[in-house]
Design a protein around this ligand. Structure first.
Ligand code: GRF
Length: 205
């Protein structure tokens, strides 16, 4: 990571509250990072509006606008790489990236997942945790690999499951902890760098 602020590209699909937490953190020069672009796989989401309000350039690449998923994946890699990111943060980005993307940006792309990996991978982490009956769950920040929420773990945060939780109340509690974890950990990655030793992620140079 450079001494200049680390360049972050953030990809979103929805509300963008994790993005907002990063945008807010980046206001402080001591945080050591700036969001240089925000991308989405769909139009009209609040995450894009948050970027626009912050004066950050945005782009949208919809799978449906490409002949194949592979073409979309290549286009996504190219568009993200155009912004020369030190780190790409998938923050509620509801698409799996593919081999073309990973060949360009693998090793510098992290994703946040609302469950404690390796439990409950996939789209329904909070629902699956609630249905299973676990008493604690949380969120996981990991380095994206070719699997579904299988990458090397950078950080995790734990929240309790309450007896009267619904999927919505549980996910909201997770998101509060998730945003704090994301801001803390991305800041450390930006300022200190990180490396992979097998599946173990080490912060620092
Ligand atoms: C987060 O909990 C993320 O982990 C999950 O979807 C949520 C996105 O929230 N995949 P937001 O769009 O950042 O508010």
């Amino acid at each position: 990571m450079p001494a200049a602020p680390a360049r972050l590209v953030v990809l979103v699909s929805g509300a963008g509250t994790n993005l907002q937490a990063l945008l807010d953190a980046c206001q402080d020069p001591a945080y050591g990072a700036q969001v240089v672009a925000v991308g989405a796989d769909r139009d009209g989401v609040e995450g894009l509006a948050r970027a626009e309000r912050a004066g950050v350039p945005t782009f949208v690449l919809r799978v449906a606008d490409f002949a194949t998923r592979e073409e979309w994946d290549r286009a996504l890699a190219a568009r993200v790489a155009d912004h020369d990111p030190d780190l790409v943060v998938l923050a509620g980005f509801m698409k799996l990236v593919g081999p073309a993307y990973l060949s360009v940006l693998g090793g510098r792309t992290v994703n946040t997942h609302p469950a404690l990996s390796p439990s409950f991978p996939g789209m329904q982490g909070p629902r699956d945790a609630l249905d299973y009956g676990v008493k604690v769950t949380g969120a996981t920040l990991f380095v994206v690999d070719a699997g579904v929420d299988t990458g090397a773990i950078v950080a995790q945060t734990v929240v309790p499951v309450e007896d009267d939780d619904t999927v919505a109340t549980l996910h909201e509690r997770i998101k509060v902890a998730e945003r704090a974890m994301l801001v803390t950990t991305v800041g450390r990655m930006a300022r200190e760098g990180f490396r992979l030793e097998g599946r173990r992620v080490r912060l620092g140079r």
